[in-house]
Design a protein around this ligand. Sequence first.
Ligand code: NAD
Ligand code: LMR
Length: 338
Amino acid sequence: PPNYSQMEGGSSLGRANCRAKGGSAGFKVAILGAAGGIGQPLAMLMKMNPLVSVLHLYDVVNTPGVTADISHMDTGAVVRGFLGQQQLEDALTGMDLVIIPAGVPRKPGMTRDDLFNINAGIVKTLCEGIAKCCPKAIVNLISNPVNSTVPIAAEVFKKAGTYDPRRLLGVTMLDVVRANTFVAEVMGLDPREVDVPVVGGHAGVTILPLLSQVKPPCSFTQKEIDYLTDRIQNGGTEVVEAKAGAGSATLSMAYAAVKFADACLRALRGDSGVVECAFVDSHVTELPFFASKVRLGRYGIEEVYPLGPLNEYERVGLEKAKKELDQSIQKGVSFVRK
Ligand code: NAD
Ligand code: LMR
């Protein structure tokens, strides 16, 4: 039987391992927090992605079981598990893309900022590992509060001398996924045909859907705009309350994370015209980080797009968003600098 103490998902006989060592086309991807509510379905979906040749699953608990389970899927990627801090460096070495859903989720009544005290330290440690072992990897950061954890990651990389703003992306894809779904519902459209830019950040009023720029062009009543803006900004809280203490969005988040990771991998492969929203190092506003549409390429972000024309409602929303974002960014930066 396979020897899971080695944490290699699959047979310990030779032939299967040749596939990974033989350098088959595809990318090496690590998931940090892979045994969690997001991590498990995310690991499953990445194992199904034909662009992935090697999948490393790292967590501080339960990775042997998750690795054994996922390794039985008859898809191309070779899966390896890594357990605990002492295996972090092995998990990260050689990776092209690192996806981070590690950290605690919200319970009803909490804001994402209430997670800062625990998750800031987790993200800092994991990013120190990335700076040391795979400084050229693209990083997709999911752990909340994203508005602060992305600045934390940037500061860690700056300290290590490895910071490349093109390679650090806060994942706000779930806001876009929700916005597409809710707009489609209201307008009677197929959600797969709807594209709503969502800019700003990833918490409450910092989540700013640009309903004036929806594709296909839609004309909303003020009532619809108020309803949609509120539902998109509070989509996370809607799930937290429905789960009633059992955590926050995991399945829709895994879906969104894979959609985003797949875009990053297609761009790394050389596909052109890959554009997604993400929370990134930015000059689009006076703030050092901001979510907007970005064009992805072989080295990560190739272009950060400006916001485009906003209506009065969106301009008011933008001012509110910037005020809160500014504080969250500062909080992340000073956590590492102090
Ligand atoms: P979870 O508690 O189910 O899973 C988190 C996992 O992280 C656990 O398996 C835990 O063992 C692991 N972990 C804890 N400390 C770690 C460390 N130091 N190194 C590696 N792994 C560690 O939580 P979840 O529901 O999967 O959510 C994870 C995070 O994602 C939360 O912070 C949540 O708020 C955030 N989230 C973000 C978005 C987004 O849109 N960006 C959406 C949903 C959730
Ligand atoms: C979400 O938007 O679902 C996540 O940020 C999790 C949360 O706490 O709401």
